[in-house]
Design a protein around this ligand. Structure first.
Ligand code: 8HG
Length: 295
C-alpha cells in the first residue's frame, strides 16, 4: 500500500505527501495513450468512462473532478495505489542499471487500465509510433465512443468505445476515419470476437501469465509482444516483460552486449528480474526512449 493522507474537498481528492507518483512519469512512460498535457503541467486522462485531471503540487497529487467514493472505486486501483513502489524500487535498485533508470523515472506507477481498450490500443501499436497511436485512439473515441458528461478546460471528452460499438463499425469507413491502415481489419475482427463472448476477457484475470498469453494470442493482431503489453497494463501480470524496439535496445546495450533475438531477451528479462520483470521493463522503456539508448 502506498503511503499518503487523503483529503476530499471541492470535487477534489488530494493525496498528501505521496511518494512514487509523478504524473509525467506515469503518463509518458509508454503504458498509456489517452492523456493530454495541459499548459499548467498537469495531465488529463480519460479512463473508465471518466475524465480526470492529475496535478502534482509539491509533495501532493490533486485529482479533479472526483470524490472519495469514486476514488476508492476506480482511481485507487487505476493508479495501483494498493502497491508500495518503494519496496519494488529498493529490490530492483540492487541492479546498478535499474538504479539509474529508476532515478530517471522514479514516479512511474504501472496503471491498471481497461482490458478492452488496452487490447485494441496495443493491436494498433504494432509497427507504430506512440504519437500516431495516441492520435488514432483519440479519433476512434471521438467517432465511436460516447460523449462524457464532464466538460473540462472548455473541452468535450469521449469514452473509449465498447466492444459492441466497434464490432458494429464498417471497415472501410473505420479505416478512412482512424488511419490505422492494415490494423483496422484486426481491430474490428477482435472486437467482434469479444462482443460475441468467444473470448471472455474477464477470465484472463484468473489465469496465470502463460495461459493468459495463449488466450490473448488467439485474437487477430495479438502476437507475443502485444500480448505481454496487454497482460501487464490491463491484467495485473507483474512478471510480463514486453520486448519492443526500445526494450530490445536497452537490454542489448547494457546487459547482453550483442544483437539478440527478442524471444531470448524476454527470457533473459524474466530470469534476472523475476516477478518484478514488468516494473523493470517500464523503468527501462522510459529511460531508453527518453535518452535514445542504443539508437
Ligand atoms: O510501455 C511499453 N513497453 C513496451 N515494451 N513496449 C511498448 C510500450 N508502449 C508502447 O507503445 N510499446 C510498443 O512500442 C508498442 C509499439 O511496438 C511501440 C510503439 O512505440
Amino acid at each position: 500500500m502506498e503511503k499518503y493522507k487523503l483529503l476530499e474537498k471541492d470535487n477534489k481528492i488530494i493525496l498528501k505527501n505521496i511518494e512514487n507518483f509523478h504524473p509525467k512519469h506515469i503518463f509518458e512512460c509508454g503504458q498509456a495513450f489517452r492523456w493530454y498535457k495541459e499548459e499548467d503541467g498537469s495531465y488529463t486522462t480519460i479512463s473508465y468512462g471518466r475524465v480526470l485531471n492529475v496535478k502534482k503540487e509539491g509533495k501532493d497529487v490533486i485529482l479533479y473532478p472526483t470524490n472519495k467514493e469514486e476514488f476508492e472505486k476506480i482511481w485507487m486501483h487505476y493508479f495501483d495505489l494498493e502497491r508500495d513502489y518503494s519496496s519494488i524500487k529498493k529490490e530492483l535498485s540492487k541492479d546498478p542499471i535499474l538504479k539509474e533508470a529508476i532515478g530517471f523515472g522514479d514516479g512511474i506507477r504501472v496503471l491498471n487500465q481497461e482490458p478492452f481498450e488496452i487490447v485494441i490500443s496495443f493491436i494498433i501499436s504494432a509497427n507504430n509510433q506512440i504519437p500516431r497511436i495516441k492520435k488514432s485512439i483519440e479519433t476512434i473515441s471521438l467517432n465511436y465512443g460516447k460523449k462524457i458528461d464532464t466538460k473540462l478546460k472548455g473541452k468535450d471528452y469521449y469514452s473509449f468505445p465498447s466492444p459492441k460499438e466497434l464490432a458494429d463499425a464498417e471497415l472501410e469507413e473505420f479505416n478512412k476515419i482512424t488511419k490505422v491502415g492494415f490494423r483496422g481489419k484486426r481491430v474490428l475482427a477482435t472486437s467482434k470476437i469479444i462482443e460475441k463472448g468467444e473470448l471472455e476477457l474477464q477470465a484472463i484475470f484468473h489465469m496465470n501469465r502463460d495461459d493468459g498469453k495463449e488466450a490473448l494470442m488467439t485474437l487477430p493482431g495479438v502476437g507475443p509482444k502485444v500480448s505481454d503489453c496487454i497482460l501487464l497494463f490491463a491484467f495485473d501480470k507483474d512478471e510480463a516483460f514486453p520486448v519492443d524496439v526500445w526494450v530490445k535496445r536497452v537490454m542489448e546495450y547494457f546487459y547482453l552486449k550483442e544483437d539478440t533475438n527478442v524471444k531470448h531477451i524476454g527470457e533473459h528479462g524474466k530470469r534476472i528480474f523475476g516477478s518484478l520483470a514488468g516494473f523493470a521493463q517500464q523503468y527501462l522503456f522510459y529511460y531508453a526512449r527518453e535518452k535514445g539508448i542504443g539508437k
